[in-house]
Design a protein around this ligand. Structure first.
Ligand code: AHM
Ligand code: MG
Length: 337
């Protein structure tokens, strides 16, 4: 049988050829992430088999004050064990670690910094709901022997690439280096990610909204009005919206990429900056969605223009189809009533 397919490694290599000054470092780094993704995928798929051992919560509390589960720790250490030995990286920022990991031998020669949420949505593991890894890659700006605060806290506009891996009914790896967004599905038999979503484009408008409405009472009046508008059945010009909320960011985002619509995690009176983290959740997904023709905002400003002040900073997130995100922004500014 003569099957025509492209693997993720082939596409990454071909992508490198488009940059005349490429040294192969980025390709090398992506291949290391890819290996870690396969390891995590295998472990996530086995999680149901060893419910007691793997899913038992550990006593560790992460920097966000949440109970870490064993698979979070497994994903964090799998990625870090591989990436710490990478000659291409000088620092790793992880949701699970209070401080950035600086790789001492690489501060001068490692030209990239990786920010990641190793296993997002981990409270969903024990109910078989999709979970995911989110990452972004930026360049070290300074040339000295230290990784500076400015190197670590860069705007999303500076990214060199970003991606996410969803561990769902299949494992899908989606990434962009600023030149389109491509998705690959893991063929478990071959152990290879095969191109399944070439050049992904998000619809300019969708009919799905995704938000935790359990927080309704805590929202601003403008936020309430926005969701009330989406729930109205008597709009003459638009089809009615459907609500979908998984509570697992990568899964909610992946659906939004494919079907269009809007995912929101707004500010509320208890969490004035929302829940999601700027550096390793909002920025990478904003980079992906913009490269697919969509939009990402904190309600007032483009996510990729926000300058992070600290590595675990939170940000309200409105992400998805361009028209839907613009509509939400109009509600928040009071322009749309
Ligand atoms: P986590 O990083 O601790 O896994 O939390 C992030 C998750 C996201 O996946 C999801 O979008 C959000 O939390 C859901 O929050 P809520 O339960 O408040 O709706
Ligand atoms: Mg997370």
């Amino acid at each position: 049988m003569n099957r025509q397919f492209s693997t993720l490694s082939q596409c990454i290599r071909e992508n490198e050829k488009e940059f005349s000054q490429a040294t192969g470092a980025y390709t090398g780094l992506m291949n290391e992430i890819l290996v870690a993704a396969k390891i995590i995928s295998q472990e996530v798929n086995r999680a149901g088999l060893s419910v007691i051992n793997i899913l038992e919560q550990t006593d560790n509390i992460n920097v966000q004050g949440e109970v870490q589960q064993k698979l979070d720790i497994f994903a964090n250490s799998s990625l870090k064990n591989i990436l710490k030995r990478s000659p291409y990286l000088c620092a790793i920022i992880s949701e699970e670690d209070e401080k950035p990991t600086i790789i001492p031998g690489n501060v001068i020669k490692g030209k990239y910094i990786l920010s990641m949420d190793p296993l997002d949505g981990s409270s969903n593991i024990d109910v078989n709901v999709s979970i995911g890894t989110i990452f972004s890659i930026s360049r070290k700006l300074s040339s000295g022997t230290e990784v500076t605060k400015d190197d670590l806290l860069q705007k999303g506009e500076n990214l060199v690439g970003a991606g996410y891996i969803i561990y769902g009914s299949s494992t899908v790896f989606v990434y962009s280096t600023g030149n389109g967004v491509h998705g690959f599905t893991l063929d478990p038999g071959l152990g290879e990610f095969l191109l399944s979503y070439p050049n992904m484009k998000i619809p300019s408008k969708g009919t799905i909204y995704s938000v935790n409405e359990g927080n309704y009472d805590l929202w601003s009046d403008q936020q309430k009005k926005c969701v009330e508008y989406l729930r109205k059945r008597d709009k003459a010009t638009s089809p009615p919206y459907n609500a979908r909320y998984i509570g697992s960011l990568v899964a909610d985002f992946h659906r939004t990429m494919l079907k269009g619509g809007i995912f929101m995690y707004p500010a509320n009176s208890i969490a004035p900056n929302g829940k999601l983290r700027l550096l390793y959740e909002a920025i990478p997904l904003a980079y992906i969605v913009e490269n697919a023709g969509g939009k990402a905002s904190n309600g007032f400003q483009r996510i990729l223009e926000i300058h992070p002040n600290e590595i675990h900073q939170r940000v309200p997130l409105f992400i998805g189809s361009k028209e839907n995100v613009e509509m939400a922004e109009k509600f928040l500014s009071g322009e749309h009533k």
